[in-house]
Design a protein around this ligand. Structure first.
Ligand code: PGA
Length: 253
């Protein structure tokens, strides 16, 4: 089924990068590009570290650029030292939160069940979620990529899921930050499998945006964003440069 009428989302995941000055330069540069772009055919989102969210929200607020967090807690508030709740993100003007990124699954032992609980909390707070899935290199070599992604989806999606509040990001772990992106055929195969699987969980599944992530850069963005059922990109390293991130976004035009 052709999905290309879905408005693409280009999302930048700054990860643990940036201090006030670099964040201001990046946010100002992107806000100016986006605000000056006539009728952009894509949504633009940036996800800085928690410490920079307020600064970035203030800078981009008139531009149409959205801002998101990179994680949230399942609870609204309470004794959880070092954590941030979805309400807190919504309160300072965030629209989105990234959940279940492979770096959090690896570094913080986050399970898919926890991701589903966080997503439910985020939806209750009025945030949109970007739920990440993706196989490791060993899983791909063992021919298990689709099975792994199916299982992660089944366990990570909350019952509150809809096209309005959820974006899926397919990020093969072996392609993140390595310079090796998946081939167009591999991306197509997994994105189609995700689209099909989503039908079990949401009545508006054909409208859910499915992003590709993993070494997206200006040189490969055009080819990747043209693939059927690819409705945008989740960009790490290249989102730390205004020129590179904007060039990726403009590939949607
Ligand atoms: P990358 O990261 O673009 O640096 O590969 C993508 C991501 O982890 O979201």
């Amino acid at each position: 089924m052709e999905q290309k009428q879905i408005k693409p989302l280009i999302a930048g995941n700054w990860k643990m990068n940036g201090v006030s000055q670099t964040a201001q330069e990046l946010a100002q540069g992107l806000a100016a590009h986006y605000a000056n772009h006539e009728n952009p055919n894509f949504d633009l989102l940036i996800c800085p570290p928690f410490t920079l969210l307020s600064t970035v929200v203030d800078i981009v607020k008139e531009s149409g650029v959205a801002v998101g967090g990179q994680d949230c807690h399942v609870s609204v508030n309470g004794a959880h030292t070092g954590d941030i709740s979805a309400e807190m993100l919504a309160d300072i003007g965030c629209d989105y939160v990234i959940l279940g990124h492979s770096e959090r699954r690896q570094d913080h032992f986050e399970t898919s069940e926890l991701v589903a609980d966080k997503a439910a909390a985020a939806h209750a707070a009025g945030l949109k979620t970007i739920i990440c899935v993706g196989e490791t290199e060993a899983e791909r070599e063992a021919g298990k990529a689709i099975d792994v992604v199916h299982e992660q989806l089944t366990d990570s999606l909350p019952s509150s899921l809809s096209a309005e509040n959820t974006v899926i990001a397919y990020e093969p772990v072996w392609a993140i930050g390595t310079g090796k992106s998946a081939t167009p055929d591999d991306i197509l195969e997994i994105h189609q499998a995700i689209r099909k699987k989503l039908a079990q969980f949401a009545s508006d599944s054909t409208e859910i945006r499915i992003l590709y992530g993993g070494s997206v850069k200006p040189e490969n963005a055009d080819e990747i964003l043209k693939i059927q059922d690819v409705n945008g990109a989740l960009v790490g390293g290249a989102s730390l440069s205004v020129a590179d991130f904007w060039a990726i976004a403009e590939s949607c035009d």
